[in-house]
Design a protein around this ligand. Sequence first.
Ligand code: SF4
Length: 393
Amino acid sequence: MGHSNTSPSGAERFFECPGSVTAQAAIDLIEPSNPAALEGIAIHELAAKCMKENIDPYECIGETIEVKDNYDEIHEYTVNDDFAFAVRMYRNTILGILAEHNLDQKVLQIETEFKLPEVDKKAGGTTDCTFLASDTLYVFDLKGGRGIIVDPAENRQCMYYGLRPYLDTKMFVKRIIIGIIQPRAKEGEFIKMWETTPKRMSAFVMDLKRAINLTRVKKPDFHAGKWCQFCKAQGTCVSVQNKAIMHAKEVLPDIEPVFPIITELTAVQIGKALPALEAIKGIIDTLQGFAFTLASKGEDIPNYTLTRGGKNRAYKDEQAVIDAFYTELGDDMYGECKLRTPAQMEKLLKKGKARLNDYVFKPEGDLKLVPTKEAKDFISRKVEDVFKNVKLD
Ligand code: SF4
């Protein structure tokens, strides 16, 4: 199924900003894939395989998962301890609930594409995992992200996922439990459940129908907010620009900033604008640094709070952990064994380092746009075009 512009992953955005659907559709722009999103797809693929084939993800360590980005380029991810840990938490949570109900994995609906013609002909998406256990419908969503902590309560994306199984089984369902499993979350609980009722799900059918209809009106409303973060229309959106101007004027009351419509700029204008933006980025970095310094000295910065970032839990004394658990867990308590980098291996080899050369290559780096004077290897599609028919003797 192609990615619908009213899919569950965009629900928060189009509920809050109905205009974003047409605004995004009007943009002829293939955004580079976010590396965190690609990694999330790889984790989902591993999860789907482990659930469907009933295997522990630690058995897949070292296997390669291929993920296509928005430009159809393939990225390879090797299943490591981090991936396996995340998927094991997801799988064990679901298997635990099945065991409580004496059910086996056959009841699971894994990575299931669905449509909701009762709501709209374009409504639909793909659920991670849903199942019915006695009178309870479970809807699970696996989140591979670390930074944005997701809460299942009244979560429109997850309620949207739950609608198809709910509508199909509603005569048996008395409770709906929506679970978000976010094993790599920097803070908060990794496993969160929220219980809702058939009444709320039936009302959500109407909420979703209304929200999709509002995206189709002639002059839909635009509302900027935190949902703009993943909106492709940010570069052309007047609401976002007005909000930015409003904030800019608080600092620079005399300037009249005018934001261009990014997709209407020419290549020449872009070439001139980028260095100016670097300067603005510099000002922003300095402002943030200065704000941090003031806050560290105890000054109150309105709307901001000094807080500590999340950290993963750590052992107080590793040897004490080994002593306490080795008899029970054996070598399972250690993570993956990793080959050292070529530079580290050369240090170890001391003599005959050249023996390593046959096993080493330098992969091509990812393409990035940098100021030409900073580029080590200048790549220009136009230059390649100019020389493509030139024969070199
Ligand atoms: S950037 Fe924000 S306000 Fe603008 S269309 Fe997208 S979601 Fe709406």
